[in-house]
Unconditional design. Structure first.
Length: 92
């Protein structure tokens, strides 16, 4: 296996792990919110008030996490592209 092939595979695995992380960033706050809400509802005997409230909060937190991760990825790709654009202009 050539050295460039290893770099390509490493980049592929890095992106796969980022995508997996994105799923967990969305799912865990939702699941955790429902679980915490359920326990609060059972403890305080309030029906489904806390379960629904924590579900909505978990959805909000999950999507905030995803949006933050997308911003980080976009910023990283902008930083990687910026030196390449500068190099092309210097060559002209």
């Amino acid at each position: 296996m050539k050295r460039d092939d290893r770099g390509d595979w490493a980049a592929l695995w890095r992106e796969a792990l980022r995508a997996t992380s994105l799923g967990w960033d969305l799912a865990l706050p939702i699941f955790g919110g429902v679980l915490l809400g359920h326990f609060l509802d059972r403890w305080l005997e309030t029906g489904y008030v806390f379960t629904l409230g924590m579900l909505v909060l978990g959805i909000g937190v999950g999507f905030y996490n995803v949006a933050r991760a997308i911003r980080r990825i976009a910023e990283r790709s902008r930083r990687c592209a910026a030196p390449e654009e500068g190099e092309n202009r210097a060559d002209e």
